[in-house]
Design a protein around this ligand. Structure first.
Ligand code: BGC
Length: 383
């Protein structure tokens, strides 16, 4: 658990003392809490101490463009919910395919289906707020997953998003070395409807601003690679294909689009390009040297933490639920949201084995296809 509280992270507050008190009290109060409305909603919701293992967790994920959601987040959460409930708990899953209206109706359907708790990864963190309120009115707790949804959420589980940006920005500075101050850097940020994108950007800027020349900065609508490709073309036309010294790309999907655009413009030696997510294609580009780095976000840690919080909340085990959140964070509409923050790792050629391979995200066989055989041998990755 990352416990840092840097100036950039001033909005994240630590609640260690509170947790120590809560966890020692938890053991004593668990049996009592069923009698005293542990859920704190006057008993109007479906979730509660009488629920036992027969719980349904609603899971709303935002898109299919990046592989993480269907490949890792959903299956891991499903498995964990089953594990925590002796195989009796279920997950009702819906993916919005980047469509905020669709996500609103998916959320409404889960309210109608009377699920016991909802994990929400918002397409648009602002516009979903009324849906969160409707869930609260129906007595269904909502835990924001990965992106900090607005509205009356019960908790937030996510990676340390500013740290992601700091790792990306720091990597660019490292790659540019003593040339940094005269280097032209293009920023390809994430979607404006995703508060994470702003945090990634803020983290990156805390490293880059004043140290490099940021010549162009774009936001990428809906995190779509095609939008990043169009913006990169504009940047190339403005700055010159061979005059771009580094590109801050917020995730691997955008990094792939940026690298292709540079190649299409005749650049053979790709400048340092960052990424995030450790997508398989991203990891392979890192191994071959085409992409400078990616950020590995240990999905099993985030997804398991979220599953655990959702099940505890659904079962009305509020003390244990609260004890899992070490920090608090403010959203634009709610102060002091319980926040469980998961640390991230910079991924370069040097640590592929100890990160994504060790965590079972990819096998060496999946990474080291014929095209990457030589690169894999060079860094000691063997099938
Ligand atoms: C997630 C990233 C992801 C991006 C696009 C962000 O909210 O944290 O992991 O690459 O959305 O889906």
């Amino acid at each position: 658990m990352n416990t840092r509280n840097t100036p950039q992270n001033h909005h994240v507050r630590l609640r260690r003392t509170a947790i120590a008190l809560v966890s020692s009290a938890a053991a004593l109060s668990l049996s009592a809490c069923s009698a005293i409305d542990a859920f704190g909603d006057g008993g109007k919701g479906t979730a509660g101490p009488t629920k036992g293992n027969d719980v349904t967790v609603g899971l709303l994920l935002p898109e299919t463009e990046n592989s993480r959601y269907e490949k890792f987040d959903y299956p891991i959460i499903k498995k964990q919910v089953a594990k925590l409930t002796d195989g009796q708990g279920k997950v009702e899953y819906a993916n919005a395919a980047s469509d905020e209206k669709k996500q609103k109706s998916q959320l409404q359907r889960m309210i109608d289906d009377k699920v016991d708790a909802i994990l929400l990864d918002a397409v648009n963190s602002k516009s979903i707020a009324s849906g969160v309120k409707a869930a609260q009115d129906a007595g269904i707790p909502v835990i924001a997953y990965d992106r900090l949804a607005e509205g009356p959420i019960d908790a937030y589980v996510s990676f340390d998003n500013e740290l992601v940006g700091e790792a990306q920005g720091g990597a660019i500075l490292k790659a540019l070395g003593s040339h940094a101050s005269s280097s032209k850097v293009v920023m390809m940020n994430g979607s404006p409807s995703d508060p994470n994108a702003a945090q990634f950007k803020q983290g990156a800027l805390s490293e880059l601003q004043g140290s490099v020349q940021i010549v162009k900065s774009y936001d990428t609508k809906d995190w779509k690679a095609e939008n990043a490709a169009a913006n990169m073309k504009k940047a190339i036309a403005l700055v010159g294909a061979h005059d771009i010294d580094a590109v801050y790309a917020a995730n691997d999907g955008l990094a792939g689009a940026v690298i292709n655009a540079l190649k299409d413009a005749g650049v053979d030696e790709i400048p340092p390009v960052t990424g995030q997510d450790a997508e398989l294609a991203g990891v392979q580009r890192v191994i071959s040297g085409e992409q400078y780095m990616t950020v590995y976000k240990p999905y099993p840690d985030e997804a398991s933490a979220a599953a655990e919080m959702a099940v505890l909340k659904a079962q009305g085990r509020n003390f244990e639920f609260e004890a899992l959140a070490a920090d608090t964070i403010d959203s634009p509409t709610k102060k002091g949201v319980l926040y469980r923050m998961i640390p991230v790792v910079t991924l370069t050629k040097a640590n592929v084995k100890t990160t994504v391979v060790a965590d079972g995200i990819y096998t060496v066989k999946q990474i080291c296809t014929a095209k990457f055989a030589t690169d894999c041998t060079e860094i000691g990755l063997r099938k």
